[in-house]
Ligand binder design. Structure first.
Ligand code: PMP
Length: 326
């Protein structure tokens, strides 16, 4: 996305044909809910975003079990019992990809409180589980990965720690994210970065944030109202493996303006360089060498041109895909 095209959204979506619902495959068109569904009124859903890559070994899903574990944890925080364990959810995801004959795709498990009592108390509403998979392009634009994106600091803060739990990837949290994203794109930026309730760096509307400054990689800890991103964990692991020191600590806003490099991470955004923040160029205003190096290591990994040395990939179209413990 270029700054001259603020409204453009490049998350191209191609409809698939089958959706997994409570253990059965149903037609895409039948994956509908009644308007009385609790989640529609009160945001009581938890979900995941997972990517399946076309690797040199065939189609493989990145960190599938870890995503399903986070789904279970999000549900636990909201006292929702998912009647499927990690193995079952993994198998169901792979079946959904296969049923739609997808080579590379985005996978969206969604668990929510369905139709039942109309009041706020969700405890008596049934828990519905869905898994969707579809082909999807680059989240922040096709050239964002190389050229970087222009971002702003959002006027919206992340929720205080005793309000909405950010360790849960819950539907309701994305009301905040959509305010951040709308403000950013309507003001001509690709993305908004939020501060937490105390004013320290938190995260983007759908990404974690990293800075390279004084030869170290810095990122806020979980206590700064972030979703503990799985791509964040991947980047920390790959950076440490490459001998880069990673510091997880509270980060004041102005460190973003002083950093040599800034990038955002997420399943959809992968590793996206930030070239300016509030119109202040980051470093030289182009992708920096550390970002480029980490992108290279990341893409080599997920595209399968190197061995799966951390056991992060689950093959889709071969056997031995279940119980793939990471
Ligand atoms: N923060 C938020 C608010 C997000 O929505 C996402 C995307 N899931 C992330 C961070 C990045 O998480 P992950 O790397 O697991 O996709």
């Amino acid at each position: 996305m270029t700054s001259g095209d603020p409204g453009a959204y490049s998350g191209r979506m191609v409809k698939a044909s089958l959706v997994w619902h409570n253990g059965k495959m149903i037609a895409w068109e039948d994956a509908t809910v009644h308007v009385l569904a609790h989640a529609l009124h009160y945001g009581t859903s938890v979900f995941e975003g997972i990517r399946c890559y076309r690797t040199q070994r065939g189609s493989e899903v990145l960190r599938l079990r870890d995503h399903m574990r986070r789904l279970h944890q999000s549900a636990k925080i909201y006292r929702m019992e998912i009647p499927y364990d990690l193995d079952e959810l993994q198998t169901a995801s792979l079946e959904t990809i296969r049923a739609n004959r997808l080579e590379h795709c985005y996978i969206r498990p969604l668990v929510f409180r369905g139709v039942g009592p109309a009041g706020v108390n969700p405890l008596k509403n049934p828990v519905e589980s869905y898994i969707l998979a579809w082909e999807w392009g680059k989240y922040l634009g096709d050239d964002a990965i190389e050229s970087g994106v222009d971002v702003c600091i959002s006027s919206w803060r992340r929720a205080a720690p005793d309000t909405f739990p950010t360790m849960a990837k819950a539907g309701g949290n994305y009301l905040s994210s959509s305010l951040v994203k709308m403000e950013a794109v309507l003001d001509g930026y690709s993305e908004g970065i939020t501060l937490d309730s105390q004013g320290f760096l938190s995260e983007g509307s759908g990404e974690n944030v990293f800075l390279f400054w004084r030869d170290k990689l810095w990122t806020p800890p979980v206590a700064n109202a972030i979703l503990p991103g799985i791509t964040r964990d991947i980047v920390i692991t790959l950076a440490q493996e490459a001998g880069i020191e990673v510091v997880e600590q509270q980060i004041p806003r102005e460190m973003l303006y002083l950093a040599d490099e800034v990038f955002m991470t997420g399943t959809a955004a992968e590793i996206t360089p930030v070239r300016s923040i509030d119109h202040v160029p980051v470093g030289s205003g182009t992708r920096g060498p550390v970002t480029a190096r980490l992108q290279q290591v990341f893409f080599e990994y997920v595209e399968g041109s190197v061995d799966d040395r951390f056991n992060w990939m689950t093959p889709v179209y071969s056997e031995h895909t279940v119980g793939h413990e990471v």
